[in-house]
Design a protein. Sequence first.
Length: 197
Amino acid sequence: MPKPWNETIEAHRAAVRNAILDTTAALVAEHGLRSVTMSQIAEKTGIGRATLYKYFSNVEAILFAWHERQITGHLEYLAEVRDQAGDASERLEAVLEAYALISHDIPHHSIHQHHNTELAAVLHRSKQATRADQQLRDMIRDLLTEAAETGDLRDDVAPDELASYCLHALTAASSLPSKAAVRRLVTVTLAGLRPPR
């Protein structure tokens, strides 16, 4: 049975929107935010400018949508990782490693790497980024709380403080040379979570 007309139109709109987001991110990475125009985006995406303006009002709006898509994808992935692992300690380790590997991989394909310190600062102050950061902290705090109840992790420091420790420690993953180095960082971070002897 063929798809209803509305589903086909929605699928087309989603495909066009994703193409706009991907094209814009690639252009900004290559040329810098200030050099990219809506005309370039439309041309490179293969759509008319009028069509582009039906989706987004300006380059910054496209980049906010791109960033939100990235953040949402990362959070969904971390939730999947959390839900696949075994006990609380294993789930915590799996999530921390997945987060560190995401942090490690981002600079290699991110619009933030090139020309765009200002853009990165703006995107990371957005409501979506703030909300996502809180969701990530809550996920890690909940895993820490659960693992502490089993005696596997220290309980002499508040879970919120330990979640901050984990997230700050793992930001170092972005500057490490290899995935093996990232895994060692995760091991060291986990060692700091174990109960004092």
